[in-house]
Design a binder for this molecule. Structure first.
Ligand code: RP5
Length: 191
């Protein structure tokens, strides 16, 4: 993140603030984003969401909640998430991936679903399980695997940025830097 910050002045200024000041800006008692996942085995994928949030200075809490193995943990989390102060939920799961949909069924908070790549069906099962929600209970479904997790982090930041001008500036700076980093010619990309 420091390398990224060195190239993005607004991010560098943000990171240069004293920790308490940063924390006042981005870490109320409950962070704005919850990252939940069906298994510890999902973390290597879901870490990409955490890294995207880190890079934009957005606080989060990550935890394992299995719709199948810990249904009561899911119920308690989803029913209490809004009152706890979360604003966006990122939910990753693989296989029979019921976590995002069941979470969305129990909260009005926006739920971003990340299909984790499964061993048996390469994530197609995860994707279809998450994307085919019945009308009335939306889950915003991202791409399969790490790109989807990364985009879930970015999308969560963009949602929060609607109410946070400083974050909106960091998102815009990230986008501008990303655009500037794409070489136009083949030779440049080899150099
Ligand atoms: C799902 O089953 C999890 O989200 C995970 O992607 C998958 C496999 O879980 P483990 O057997 O590795 O715990 O519930």
């Amino acid at each position: 993140m420091l390398a990224l910050a060195a190239r993005i002045p607004i991010l560098a200024r943000f990171l240069a603030r004293p920790p308490l000041e940063r924390s006042a800006l981005t870490k109320p008692s409950t962070p704005p984003v919850a990252i939940i996942m069906g298994s510890r085995s999902d973390w290597p994928t879901m870490q990409a969401a955490a890294e995207a949030l880190d890079a934009l200075g957005v606080a989060y809490h990550a935890q394992v909640i299995s719709a199948h193995r810990t249904p009561e943990r899911l119920y308690a989390f989803a029913k209490g998430a809004k009152a706890a102060g979360y604003q966006v939920i990122i939910a990753g799961a693989g296989g029979a991936a019921h976590l995002p949909g069941m979470t969305a069924a129990m909260t009005e908070l926006p739920v971003l679903g990340v299909p984790v790549r499964s061993e048996a069906l390469s994530g197609l099962d995860s994707l279809l399980s998450i994307v085919q929600m019945p009308g009335g209970v939306p889950v915003a479904t991202l791409a399969v695997g790490k790109p989807g997790a990364r985009n879930a982090g970015l999308l969560a930041a963009q949602i929060l940025a609607l109410q946070d001008g400083d974050l909106a500036e960091r998102v815009a700076a990230f986008r501008a830097e990303q655009t500037a980093s794409v070489p136009e010619t083949v030779e440049d990309s080899l150099g």
